[in-house]
Write a protein that binds this ligand. Structure first.
Ligand SMILES: [Zn+2]
Length: 160
């Protein structure tokens, strides 16, 4: 089962179904909220942290990575670190067979993921290069980092 990669307890927030709704665990408000870091994190091209960057700063660092292409609904916040969404729906998954200990374990993981989520599991070659690069070492973007949010918003509003 997929779980939240930024939460340092692998059993704390599991994602049992294809649709996932955000929860704030620090405050009593709907997630995401403007003065908080809650919400479901989604990487988009043009933001400073790629998804791979998020995945470097977690107790899941040594777990096999499964990338998800998602559709966002509800309230969204876009900033230098990407998107924080209220709800996401998994559209497709991608994983590298070499991340698992052996081919049999990978085949079992693919079968389990396909059975649970009902979406295709592709190899990493379908993942855009910008997702796999731009890896931030740890933590938030540097204070002097800049981002063209207008360009990001144009990309978000462009179909395809
Ligand atoms: Zn919050």
């Amino acid at each position: 089962m997929l779980s939240a990669p930024l939460i340092h307890d692998p059993d704390f927030e599991l994602f049992p179904s294809i649709e996932i709704a955000a929860t704030c665990y620090d405050h009593d408000h709907p997630a995401p909220a403007p003065s908080c870091r809650c919400g479901l994190y989604v990487a988009i091209e043009g933001t400073l942290d790629s998804l791979a960057g998020y995945l470097l700063d977690s107790t899941h660092d040594h777990d096999p990575v499964v990338y998800a292409e998602v559709a966002c609904t509800g309230r969204l916040f876009v900033d230098k670190r990407g998107v924080r969404a209220e709800c996401i729906e998994i559209l497709a998954l991608a994983a590298s067979p070499s991340a698992w200990p052996d081919p049999r374990t990978y085949a079992e993981a693919v079968a389990a993921l396909t059975g649970r989520y009902g979406v295709a599991i592709r190899d990493l070659d379908v993942v855009p290069e910008w997702v796999l690069t731009n890896v931030m070492p740890h933590g938030a973007p540097q204070d002097d980092a800049t981002l063209d949010l207008d360009a990001v918003m144009v990309r978000l509003q462009t179909p395809g």
